[in-house]
Design a protein around this ligand. Structure first.
Ligand code: LLP
Length: 386
């Protein structure tokens, strides 16, 4: 049955706007779909905490047995405070500070996913000072085009992420000398909101090539981490409320050459949490423009920056007029003093009035975590239903 926010409108009307609304039952169903798809495989899923780090969300994710992928020391801290075992925490990022590395060493996290040869030396030195052996995975840049927005493309040689193929000889040369490192795996992440699954097939082919090079040097890797990136359907949050995890994982089952006793790790963020969250707002004013009508909301780019930053589409619904025919086109905008503060242009909505409740859908990932205080705005509250 298609998902709908209709049943929840009565309760939503009582809250002061704007706020984030999360459906934890949908989150649970999404996590169950992930777990079903990886049952009886050597696949292990980490959740990319950067997508949404709310306590209630993390609790559900922890209870369903996922590990955590972090990109900052505070994310590592948050994951540990939320009850995740350090043994299930991977820590990536091109610019880890000494403090962040030291914290990860103290907590004995599973791996530092190392993004440059310079970083390898620093982690080795800091581990040496502490008399510890750091678990590491090497993040490699596979030069695979994710065919997504250029701001969220990470696996091309022109991007800042990972160690490039031409640096491998140097890597193989220095690794044996860095005795406070324990190389556990290799890591890839080529980008986000990837809907063309053939991209992941290309990634598998590149991973297979890299694996061969490590094998030729007698290096055994416990795991290969292929990152995240699976996209969600922003146009149809009701019909596609749970992403097609089966077909995503099937690509890796079909094309990745897994070595004996090796685990394959994934770092999914968006596909886990995007569809369970909506930003709920009220219409403050309707204003007639030269070419268009503006529906001016009490939420803006400070609550959800994705449309302004990536020109991304989020489905907009008028919850107060659900079921009414779309009668007019509106530019749906926020109150912030920037013309980029626009959630959607020429959006078909029923006749919309001051006070109507508006849902901006699929906002569970990279919504609340990217909010800002610009214009001295207050942080929007979050409410949960289950
Ligand atoms: N692993 C690493 C190392 C990452 O950098 C990311 C996301 C992920 C995993 C999770 O990727 P996902 O499964 O969510 O696609 N703010 C942007 C998205 C930035 C993604 C950054 N890295 C947006 O709102 O579209």
């Amino acid at each position: 049955m298609a998902y709908s926010m209709k049943d929840q409108v009565v309760n939503l009307k009582k809250q002061a706007t704007p706020f984030y609304h999360y459906d934890l039952a949908l989150l649970d169903n999404t996590l169950d779909a992930i777990n079903r798809a990886v049952e009886n495989t050597c696949f292990k899923v980490h959740y990319a905490i950067k997508a949404n780090a709310n306590d209630e969300i993390l609790e559900r994710i922890r209870l369903k047995g996922l590990g955590i992928d972090c990109v900052s020391g505070n994310e590592v801290k948050k994951a540990i405070q939320s009850g995740f075992s350090p043994k299930n925490i991977a820590f990536a990022g091109v610019g880890k500070t000494d403090d962040e590395i030291n914290y990860g060493l103290d907590q004995e996290i599973f791996t530092f996913n190392v993004e440059s040869i310079a970083e390898l030396h620093v982690i080795n030195e800091l581990a040496q000072v502490k008399g510890k052996i750091a678990g590491i995975a090497i993040r490699l840049n596979p030069n695979v085009n994710a065919k997504t927005h250029h701001y969220i493309t990470t696996g091309l040689e022109e991007n800042k992420f990972g160690i490039n193929a031409w640096e491998l000889p140097e890597l193989f040369d220095v690794l044996p000398r860095l005795t406070n490192l324990n190389l556990k795996g290799i890591h890839f992440h080529i980008g986000s909101q990837i809907n063309d699954l053939t991209v992941f097939k290309s990634l598998c082919n590149r991973v297979n090539d890299f694996q061969t090079q490590f094998k030729e040097r007698g290096i055994i890797l416990d795991h290969v981490n292929v990152g995240g990136g699976l996209g969600v359907n922003y146009s149809a949050p009701n019909e596609a409320s749970i992403p097609n995890f089966e077909s995503f994982f099937q690509v890796f089952k079909d094309f990745l050459k897994v070595q004996p006793n090796q685990e394959v790790h994934f770092e999914l963020g968006r596909s886990v949490v995007a569809q369970c969250g909506s930003l709920i707002s009220r219409v403050l004013y309707i204003k007639e423009g030269i070419k268009t009508n503006f529906a001016i909301l009490d939420a803006g780019m400070t609550e959800l920056i994705r449309p302004a930053l990536y020109q991304s589409f989020h489905k907009i619904e008028n919850l107060s007029q659900l079921g009414e025919a779309n009668a007019k086109k509106y530019d749906v905008v926020g109150p912030i003093c920037e013309s980029s503060d626009c959630f959607g242009k020429a959006i078909d909505l029923p006749e919309t009035k001051r006070g109507d409740l508006i849902a901006i859908r699929s906002a569970g990932a990279y919504g609340e975590v990217m909010s800002s205080f610009y214009n001295l705005r207050e942080k929007a509250k979050a409410y949960y239903v289950s």
